[in-house]
Design a protein around this ligand. Structure first.
Ligand code: BGC
Length: 352
């Protein structure tokens, strides 16, 4: 079977290669890949800037945004042949720490977790792969290829879950408005979930207009190209770009009092920017502000993400899948092209 593999740390080492079928593993599902979403993390790995090899000859099978169809399922495991499934990305650390032991591997305390397609565990970028039922999530087959959005949706479901837990530190908290920075797939899924919570939505992106702006407006949100109006004073900010200057800008003033800023973008370090930490501290304290980071997702968040996708307009969700690349042309999926939102590799095009 064909797999997309990479030598982490080495740029231009990604290739489509032939590997034996996945070895029998009792208790696991055997899954036929249908689609694979490509995100910034995959592009970082392909560029040699992120990722850890699995034990397999220093390479890593790429891919963590999966969608597949069950080919074989052990008796009584809760899954049946033909089910559409998405694989959870992270696996608990071996100790395990108290968070991983409680099923909250997204909050791992010792950093020894592994992640399929990212950190020390082969990913889902293979024609067929094994998946432990405990780390498989069912998606409605009616969603077709849109099911590939579940992994990024789980990451935002976690961010929203934590935002509300933090907000509820004050019994009087009643958020009304949110600013999302970045209108890529992560930002747009954050925006979707904002409107599902009845919040007034603002989205900022570099694009002057086009499909991203249209998707925001269809949600009933206000689209801001390049810059924000002064004193927006929103209750919640979800930063989805990781762009260093924008991160500083949202931390230092995009939110209102008791504001919550959630950072979800993984930036590349090394660029030093001026930052007035005294003023930042003063504002944080005097306004009861919170800035926090959020990464990954546990099973509960995948289930919340699946609910959010099921409640969304499929036509709107379809607008996020802007480019579908057949497996044979896989290289094109890693290129950034104008108009791209979510690019996917199709393993079995019939799934759409
Ligand atoms: C994935 C997360 C993962 C993170 C860090 C993101 O692209 O969606 O599941 O935890 O990268 O490796």
């Amino acid at each position: 079977m064909k797999v997309i593999s990479v030598q982490p740390g080495i740029a231009a080492s990604t290739k489509l290669e032939e590997r034996p079928e996945p070895p029998e593993k009792s208790g696991d599902l055997l899954v036929q890949a249908l689609g694979l979403g490509i995100c910034g993390t995959d592009r970082e790995i392909v560029a040699g800037n992120y990722g850890w090899a699995s034990t397999n000859n220093g390479r890593l099978i790429l891919g963590h945004e999966s969608l597949g169809r069950v080919l074989e399922a052990p008796e009584g495991c809760g899954f049946s042949v033909g089910d559409h499934v998405v694989g959870i990305v992270r696996r608990p650390d071996p100790v395990p720490c108290s968070a991983c032991a409680a099923g909250e591997w997204d909050m791992c305390l010792n950093g020894r977790y592994v992640e399929r397609g990212i950190k020390s565990l082969d990913g889902y970028g293979a024609e067929r792969f094994h998946l432990e039922p405990d780390y498989a999530v069912k998606v409605a087959p009616g969603l077709g290829m849109l099911g590939v959005l579940l992994e990024p949706a789980s990451v935002l479901a976690k961010a929203w879950d934590h935002i509300y837990r933090i907000g509820e530190r004050a019994r009087s908290w009643q958020p009304k408005s949110v600013l999302v920075t970045g209108a890529g797939p992560v930002g747009l899924l954050a925006a979707l979930m904002a409107t599902q919570r009845g919040l007034e939505l603002h989205v900022l992106d570099r694009a002057d207009g086009g499909p991203k702006a249209d998707l925001v407006r269809t949600l009933g949100g206000t689209y801001h190209a390049r810059s924000l109006p002064k004193d927006l004073g929103v209750d919640i900010v979800i930063e989805c770009t990781g762009a260093p200057q924008l991160v500083i800008d949202v931390m230092c003033g995009a939110g209102g009092r008791n504001g919550i800023v959630c950072l979800t973008g993984v930036s590349t370090g090394g660029r030093k920017l001026p930052f007035d930490s005294g003023n930042f501290n003063r504002e944080m304290v005097l306004r009861n502000d919170v800035v926090f980071g959020s990464v990954n997702a546990n099973r509960r968040h995948y289930e919340l993400g699946a609910r959010a996708l099921a409640a969304a307009d499929p036509k709107w969700l379809g607008g996020l899948l802007t480019r579908r690349v057949p497996l044979t042309e896989w290289r094109e999926a890693f290129e950034r092209r104008a108009g791209d939102i979510k690019v996917i590799i199709e393993f079995e095009p019939a799934a759409s």
